[in-house]
Design a protein around this ligand. Structure first.
Ligand code: SF4
Length: 285
């Protein structure tokens, strides 16, 4: 296959995702989130580009997929990033998908998804939207080119009203920076109609850590020893100490229980902190 691949998150021993396929309509992403993991394995990631003959290859790949497959779009780059506004290639992909019966999980940070409600309504699909903070100032530093969190909440609300199942990616959470916003975010998600939340802590990689240090010099001073002295390295990522991660995830878990929203963690290794049937939200489909 050429543009659809079996999802393989760097063979992470902590990944709990169900078997699924992965499709990225673009290479790279223009949202420019400083914590992005994909920058470490895709060249010039912040300079997104189109894929040659995408639609033709996409259709061909779909024809080879086993029946009832789950396709996650996207795991590396946002399908509703700025390029999509101009080229509408993902919209064309959604049109192609109307002729198949696959399960589609869309992951985005953009309210541009609302443009495609007409097509999404006809698919077996669920949408998860990432929100890491509700504060404009912090969002502008963490996710400089992505739509503001308010717009994402609004998008969740509208999708839910249109009977498209929605989940929230509370991912990543940063101690000393965004951890105190968790309850507010969960509360807003509940109001918007979110049925499932997946959370995780920031896992630093060499390049994302440098960007974080530049954007938040004071906080990174406090976090540095936690990541690089007391924490653990798992594959290519630096994790916070396990106890700290567990405490943080337990806090989110309890808040989700309070608001009666399903919960799971992403690549944290705490399988007991789970009330949803899947971690990625695919059970909503
Ligand atoms: S939206 Fe996702 S893929 Fe795009 S830069 Fe941000 S974290 Fe990376």
């Amino acid at each position: 296959m050429q543009v659809i691949r079996l999802f393989d998150p760097w063979k992470s021993p902590l990944c709990t995702c169900p078997k699924k396929f992965s499709f990225d309509p673009y290479t790279g992403c223009g949202h420019k989130c400083i914590y992005c993991y994909a920058t470490s394995y895709i060249k010039n990631f912040y300079f997104p580009r189109r894929k040659k003959n995408l639609l033709k290859k996409f259709k061909k790949d779909l024809e080879k997929l086993p029946e009832n497959s789950l396709i996650s779009i996207s795991n590396s780059s946002d399908p509703y990033q700025p390029l999509e506004k101009k080229y509408k290639e993902f919209r064309e992909c959604l049109k192609i998908l109307q002729n198949f019966n696959f399960k589609i999980l869309i992951v985005t940070k953009s309210d541009l998804i609302l443009r495609d409600i007409d097509l999404l309504k006809n698919l077996r699909c669920a949408v998860t939207i990432t929100i890491t903070t509700l504060k404009r100032k912090i969002a502008k530093k963490l996710e400089p080119k992505a739509p503001l969190p308010k717009k994402r909440l609004e998008a969740l609300k509208i999708l839910a009203k249109n009977k498209i199942p929605v989940g929230l990616r509370l991912d990543p959470i940063f101690p000393f920076l965004t951890e105190n916003e968790v309850e507010e975010i969960v509360k807003e998600a509940k109001k918007a109609g979110v049925k499932h939340i997946v959370a995780s802590t920031f896992k630093a990689r060499a390049d994302s850590w440098k960007r974080f240090e530049r954007a938040f010099p004071k906080i990174s001073k406090k976090l540095k020893p936690l990541y690089f002295e007391k924490g653990q390295k798992i594959k290519n990522a630096f994790y916070l100490p396990q106890k700290l991660r567990r405490n943080l995830m337990e806090k989110v878990f309890k808040i989700c229980q309070k608001y009666k929203i399903g919960f799971a963690t992403c690549r944290e290794g705490f399988s007991n902190l789970k009330t949803s049937l899947s971690c990625d939200g695919s059970h909503l489909i």
